[in-house]
Write a protein that binds this ligand. Structure first.
Ligand SMILES: O=C(O)[C@H](O)[C@@H](O)[C@H](O)[C@H](O)COP(=O)(O)O
Length: 256
């Protein structure tokens, strides 16, 4: 059974400070155990929220990080729609300028040569994952950072989409994403549900009903409700507006 911990914070800065501590701890434990920290980022508002203080956290040994994307849009890396681009501007660039760069070979981007063929891009991305993690079991990331959409999607796993049933591929293509752009690659549930830690990050009143339906009602129509790693923990980092519809008993004081 996966464990769930739900934290509510007064401000966006408080969420970002807590995420910086949380990720520093996850990274420190993983590096002490295995010599590396494997992490996957989503796009949307998440990279800015996660990296605001993290990029300056002196406790983090970024040289040991291996960075992946939970989902990526099939666009050039320099495109404003690129999820890589968000993490580049919020974390990778600032770290490099501060002399604390994550070695480039440990930053696993979508292959730009394959963005016009999402199936090939997904297969290539999975092959590069396999080089690091081996097989045949799906990779067990140390930490996956997820957002939720207004329809309850997470990664690029959308309500009612056949990709929710994918059990073989670790990385899958999607060419009919209801959220633009339509062509993307995404981690699948078998990978997401092997992670040691999942952190959902959501803020704003627009997410409050969705958060309640996922966290309390476990509404199976919502992809994010399928995130339940049997040997991992799911953490929710919410602002008070997004947490507003949750019962007081659901949230707990932030502690690591
Ligand atoms: O590529 C993407 O679109 C994202 O990875 C997506 O899954 C995102 O995390 C959610 O849509 C939430 O986005 P917001 O945090 O911006 O609401």
């Amino acid at each position: 059974m996966s464990q769930t911990k739900v934290f509510s914070f007064a401000s966006g800065d408080d969420i970002s400070r807590a995420l910086s501590e949380f990720i520093a701890q996850a990274s420190g434990e993983a590096i002490a155990r295995s010599g590396r920290f494997t992490v996957a980022f989503s796009g949307g508002s998440l990279p800015a929220t996660v990296c605001r203080f993290l990029k300056d956290n002196p406790a983090v040994d970024f040289a040991k990080w291996h960075v992946f994307w939970a989902d990526e849009r099939c666009v050039p890396l320099a495109d404003s729609e690129s999820n890589f681009g968000l993490v580049e501007s919020e974390l990778l660039g600032p770290l490099a300028r501060a002399g604390r760069a994550i070695p480039d070979g440990q930053v696993v981007r979508i292959s730009e040569a394959l963005i016009h063929n999402s199936a090939a891009a997904a297969a290539d991305y999975q092959a590069r994952m396999e080089q690091l993690f081996g097989g045949p079991l799906p990779p067990a990331f140390d930490c996956i950072l997820l957002g939720i959409g207004p329809d309850g999607h997470t990664c690029s796993l959308f309500p009612g989409h056949p990709l929710l049933e994918e059990r073989a591929a670790w990385v899958a293509p999607i060419d009919d994403s209801p959220k633009p752009p339509p062509s993307r690659i995404t981690l699948t549930l078998p990978v997401v549900n092997r992670a040691a830690r999942i952190a959902f990050v959501a803020s704003g009143a627009g997410k409050r009903d969705m958060v309640r339906r996922i966290v309390e009602a476990r509404d199976a129509a919502l992809p994010a409700a399928h995130v339940a790693p049997p040997s991992g923990t799911v953490y929710w980092f919410l602002d008070s507006a997004a947490a507003q519809d949750l019962s007081a008993a659901t949230t707990s004081r932030f502690s690591l």
